[in-house]
Design a protein around this ligand. Structure first.
Ligand code: BGC
Length: 273
C-alpha cells in the first residue's frame, strides 16, 4: 500500500437529513476525531449543503495539514465530479459541477463520490468484507437503495442497482426500507420483496457476497432467515460511519475511483506493487 495511505484523511457523508464528518486513519479505518453531524439545510439546496460541508471541514481540519486528503460522498450518480441525479436533495444538483463547487468553497481538492460507493468501499477495506476478494455487492436499504460493486478491491462506480425494474417498478420503491414503512409491511411481507430483489441481483451478477447496509441492517435477524439465496449475505459492519470511512479512504492518493489506478486489494489477494 502506498505510504500516503498512512496519513489522516477527512471524510464527509452528505445525506438527505444530516451531514456527517470525521478524521479517519485510512490505514486502520478508525475515526481519529469526534464525529460531527449537522442537519442538512431544508430543501437540500447546493448553497446550504456546500456551506455546511465547509463548516464541518473547518472544524475538523484544525489540527490537520492543509493538504490532508478530503473525501465527500453524496446521494447521487457522480460522473467526473458532476452530480447527475439527486436522491432526497434538491433537483438543482442534477447536472451541477458539484466537485468544483465544493473545491472552490473549501479552497482545496477533494475526492467526490456516490454515497453507496463510499460505504461499499469502506466495508471491503475495513468492515464486513475485509480480507475478502471476489465480487462483493453492497446494498443499503434506506429511503432508497444504494448499491456498490467491488471486484477484488476495485470499485466499479455508480452501479445504481436500486433502480433496476422489479415487476414493472423501480426496485427501491418496492424493496427499500422506506417501502416497508410506507406500506406498513410485516417483516415477512417485506422479505418477499427483498427475495425478488436479491434473487434478481444474484441472477444478473453472481456475486460472492451481499452486504446489507442502512439503519435496518441492525435488525437483520428479522429478515435474513426469510431469504432463500445461493449467495452469502451479511449485515454491514461499519453502520453509520461507512460513508465517512469510504469517502476518506477513496481520497487518499493511490485509491482514486477515477481515473483507473491500482487500488489496494483485500489482504487475501497478492498486493500490487
Ligand atoms: C440513489 C443513489 C444513492 C442511494 C442511497 C438512490 O436513490 O439513486 O445514488 O446511492 O439512493 O442514497
Amino acid at each position: 500500500m502506498a505510504t500516503a495511505a498512512h496519513s489522516p484523511a477527512l471524510g464527509v457523508d452528505i445525506g438527505g437529513t444530516g451531514i456527517k464528518g470525521a478524521v479517519v486513519d485510512t490505514e486502520t479505518g478508525e475515526l481519529t476525531s469526534d464525529r460531527i453531524k449537522l442537519p442538512t439545510p431544508p430543501g437540500g439546496e447546493p448553497d446550504g449543503i456546500v456551506a455546511t460541508v465547509v463548516e464541518i471541514v473547518e472544524q475538523l481540519g484544525a489540527g490537520l495539514s492543509a493538504d490532508a486528503p478530503v473525501g465527500v460522498c453524496f446521494p447521487a450518480v457522480v460522473k467526473h465530479g458532476r452530480t447527475m441525479s439527486a436522491a432526497n436533495v434538491s433537483d438543482r444538483w442534477i447536472g451541477l459541477e458539484a466537485e468544483t463547487l465544493f473545491e472552490k468553497a473549501l479552497g482545496r481538492d477533494i475526492q467526490f463520490v456516490n454515497d453507496a460507493d463510499a460505504a461499499g468501499y469502506a466495508e471491503v477495506r475495513y468492515g464486513a468484507a475485509k480480507d475478502r476478494g471476489g465480487l462483493i455487492m453492497l446494498t443499503t436499504l434506506g429511503t432508497g437503495i444504494g448499491t456498490a460493486l467491488i471486484y477484488n478491491g476495485v470499485l466499479v462506480p455508480n452501479t445504481e442497482l436500486g433502480h433496476l425494474e422489479l415487476r414493472g417498478k423501480d426496485a427501491e420503491l418496492r424493496a427499500a426500507y422506506s417501502a416497508k414503512e410506507r406500506r406498513n409491511l410485516s417483516w415477512r411481507a417485506w422479505a418477499k420483496q427483498l427475495q425478488r430483489y436479491y434473487a434478481t441481483l444474484e441472477r444478473l451478477f453472481s456475486p460472492d457476497l451481499f452486504i446489507v447496509g442502512g439503519g435496518v441492517s441492525k435488525n437483520y435477524e428479522e429478515f435474513f432467515p426469510l431469504l432463500e439465496l445461493n449467495t452469502e449475505i451479511v449485515p454491514a459492519a461499519l453502520r453509520n460511519n461507512a460513508g465517512i470511512l469510504g469517502a476518506a479512504a477513496l481520497a487518499v492518493p493511490g485509491d482514486p475511483v477515477e481515473p483507473p489506478a491500482p487500488i489496494a486489494p483485500p489482504a487475501s489477494i497478492a498486493p500490487m506493487t
